[in-house]
Design a protein around this ligand. Structure first.
Ligand code: RNT
Ligand code: ZN
Length: 415
C-alpha cells in the first residue's frame, strides 16, 4: 500500500473523504498578486516604488524590472504551483507601446491586452485593481476623499477607467473579474473632521460604481491604519461594510493585515457570509502590523480556510493573496506563499468538519477538543504530495533547487 492509500484509509476512519477534498481543492482558483515580483513598483512611474500608505522592505537582488521579466518570473512560480490560478493585476502594470505613456486617469483596455494574451496563453484568470498610491496625485495622503475637487476628479476618473478595463477583460475571458478599490486616505495626526472626508469618499464611490459592469465584481478594501497615516483611515471597516450593505453588488474585501492584532478575519468571514453572497479576501501575514509577510501554513491561514470550508463557501469566498517581501528570493516567496494557502485549504477540507459541528451543537466540548487536536496529526503530508503529483508539479523538497537555478541563470544577471 502506498503512503497515500494508507493516509486515505486513516482519513476515512475519521469520516473524511480524501478524494472529495482533492477534487474541491483542484477546482478552487487562487488569485496570485503580480506585485510580489517587483516589490509593488509597477511600470507606469519613473523609478516606481511602493509609497503612499504602503511600503516594501528588503533589497534582495533580481526583482523584475519590466513586463517581460515579470511575466517570465510569474510563469516560473506558476510552474511550481498546483491548481487553478488567476493573476491579480494593478493598474500601474499597464503595458505601453514604445514611446507611449498616459496618466492613470486615461488608462484604457488596450494597455492591458498584452496581459490578457498572457492569461489566455497560460490558462489564467485575471483580477484587477485601480492603483491609488505610489503617484504624485496622492495629495496630503488623500485621493478619493480629498477636499480639492481636482484631486478627487483624477482618482474618480482613474477608478472608473480601471472598472472599464476590468469589464473588458471579463468580456474577453468570458469571466467575472474582481475590481478592488483600496485607497490609502487618512491622517497622520488627530483629525479635526472625520465625517467630511468620509462623505466625500461615499459620493466618489457612488460615481465610480454608477456604470453597469456585468463582468465586474466590485469591492472596496478597508484598513485600520497606514504608514504615515496612523491616526485615522477614511475607508474604515465600518464605513465600507455599511457601504457594501447598502449597495448590492459591492463587497467589502477583508485583508488579514487590516485589523487590530487581536481581531481575525477567520471570524469575520462567517459574519459577512450571513449577509453577502461574496466575500473577497487578501490572505497575507501581518507581523505586529500590516507587514505583508509571505503567507505560511500557520494557525490563522488554516482557520481562514476552515471557515470557508465549514461555511460551504468555496464558491462565495474569493481567495486573493497580498504579500510582498523584498528581502528574500521573490519567486520562492510566491511559491511558498501560494502553496501554503493551498495547503491550508487542503488541511481545512480534510478536517472531520461534520463530526466537529455535531459535537459543538451537542455541547460535547471535551470531545470536540480531542477530535480537533488529533485531526492535526493525521497524515496530511501524504495527501498534499499526492495532490502535487496529480497536478504535475514538484512535491515539497523538490522545487527549491529549481528556483535556485533560476536565480543563478536569470535573476542574478539583472544588475
Ligand atoms: C494595502 C492593501 C492593498 C495593497 C495592494 C498592493 O494595505 O492591502 O491591497 O497591498 O493593493
Ligand atoms: Zn490588501
Amino acid at each position: 500500500m502506498t503512503n497515500f492509500e494508507s493516509a486515505k484509509q486513516k482519513y476515512a476512519a475519521a469520516g473524511v473523504d480524501v478524494e472529495e477534498a482533492l477534487a474541491k481543492l483542484a477546482g478552487k482558483a487562487i488569485s496570485i498578486h503580480c506585485w510580489q515580483g517587483d516589490d509593488v513598483a509597477g511600470f507606469d512611474q519613473k523609478d516606481g516604488k511602493a509609497g503612499d500608505g504602503i511600503q516594501t522592505t528588503g533589497n534582495y537582488p533580481g526583482k523584475a524590472r519590466n513586463f517581460e521579466e515579470l511575466k517570465t518570473d510569474f510563469l516560473k512560480a506558476a510552474s511550481l504551483l498546483p491548481g487553478k490560478k488567476r493573476i491579480n493585476l494593478h493598474a500601474s502594470y499597464a503595458v505601453f507601446a514604445e514611446g507611449e505613456w498616459v496618466d492613470r486617469d486615461k488608462l484604457e483596455y488596450k494597455h492591458f491586452i498584452p496581459w490578457v494574451e498572457f492569461a489566455k496563453e497560460n490558462g489564467l484568470g485575471i483580477d484587477f485593481n485601480p492603483t491609488c498610491f505610489s503617484h504624485p496625485m496622492v495629495t496630503d495622503g488623500l485621493t478619493l476623499s480629498h477636499p480639492d475637487e481636482k484631486v478627487r476628479r483624477f482618482w474618480i476618473d482613474h477608478c472608473k477607467a480601471s472598472r472599464r478595463i476590468a469589464q473588458k477583460i471579463g468580456e474577453e475571458l468570458n469571466d467575472q473579474v474582481l475590481n478592488n478599490v483600496w485607497i490609502p486616505d487618512g491622517f497622520k495626526d488627530i483629525p479635526a473632521d472625520r465625517m467630511g472626508p468620509r462623505m466625500r469618499l461615499k459620493a466618489a464611490l457612488d460615481e465610480i460604481f454608477a456604470e453597469p459592469c456585468p463582468n465586474v465584481i466590485d469591492c472596496v478594501e478597508s484598513k485600520v491604519f497606514g504608514i504615515g497615516l496612523e491616526s485615522m483611515t477614511v475607508g474604515s471597516n465600518e464605513f465600507y461594510t455599511a457601504y457594501a450593505a447598502q449597495h448590492p453588488g459591492v463587497y467589502n474585501l477583508l485583508d488579514a493585515g487590516h485589523y487590530h492584532p487581536t481581531e481575525f478575519i477567520s471570524d469575520k468571514i462567517p459574519a459577512m457570509l450571513c449577509f453577502f453572497d461574496k466575500v473577497p479576501l487578501h490572505v497575507t501575514r501581518p507581523v505586529r502590523w500590516d507587514s505583508d509577510h509571505v503567507v505560511l501554513f500557520d494557525d490563522e491561514t488554516r482557520e481562514i480556510m476552515k471557515e470557508i470550508v465549514r461555511c460551504d463557501a468555496l464558491d462565495k469566498v474569493l481567495i486573493g493573496l497580498d504579500f510582498f517581501d523584498a528581502s528574500i528570493n521573490r519567486i520562492a516567496a510566491w511559491v511558498v506563499g501560494t502553496r501554503s494557502a493551498q495547503k491550508a485549504l487542503l488541511f481545512a477540507l480534510l478536517q472531520p468538519n461534520k463530526t466537529l459541528k455535531a459535537l459543538q451543537d451537542s455541547a460535547s466540548f471535551t470531545e470536540k477538543m480531542v477530535v480537533m487536536e488529533e485531526a492535526k496529526t493525521l497524515p496530511f503530508g501524504d495527501v498534499w504530495e499526492e495532490y502535487c503529483r496529480r497536478e504535475n508539479v514538484p512535491a515539497d523538497g523538490e522545487w527549491f533547487a529549481d528556483v535556485q537555478k533560476y536565480e543563478q541563470d536569470v535573476l542574478s544577471r539583472r544588475v
